[in-house]
Design a protein around this ligand. Structure first.
Ligand SMILES: [Zn+2]
Length: 119
């Protein structure tokens, strides 16, 4: 059974039911990028611009909050790596420990690269 999500185009106020696994979707009417609102979201009629405005507002508010949450999680994980690295570096050197430290530093660097994605 295929599973659809509600995608909307905020440029021309159109809604589509499309596969939830799509990574992106362009509007079949105006070609703009659509956004995925998830499962079972009621789509306003085109003749109700105020409802579309509310939908758009809610979407961007939620999206901003989600990005802020993910950035915070990312920063917490970076802090955790900093602490682990500091703990290990404070102990006597060993080849095995150096390898672990290098891995931790690589993971920390990955997180620093991810961070700008969250605004
Ligand atoms: Zn459109």
């Amino acid at each position: 059974m295929s599973s659809n999500n509600t995608w909307v185009c905020f440029a021309c106020n159109s809604g589509f039911r499309k596969d939830k696994n799509l990574r992106s979707l362009n509007c079949q009417f105006c070609g703009s990028s659509c956004v995925n609102l998830g499962y079972k979201i009621a789509i306003p009629l085109k003749s109700k611009p105020k409802l579309w405005e509310q939908l758009r507002f809610d979407y961007y508010l939620r999206e901003r909050q989600q990005r802020a949450d993910r950035r915070d999680q990312c920063l917490q994980r970076i802090r955790w790596y900093e602490q682990e690295i500091a703990k290990l570096e404070a102990r006597p050197k060993s080849i095995d420990r150096e390898k672990v430290i290098l891995n931790l530093k690589a993971s920390r660097a990955d997180l620093w690269r991810e961070l700008p994605l969250f605004g």
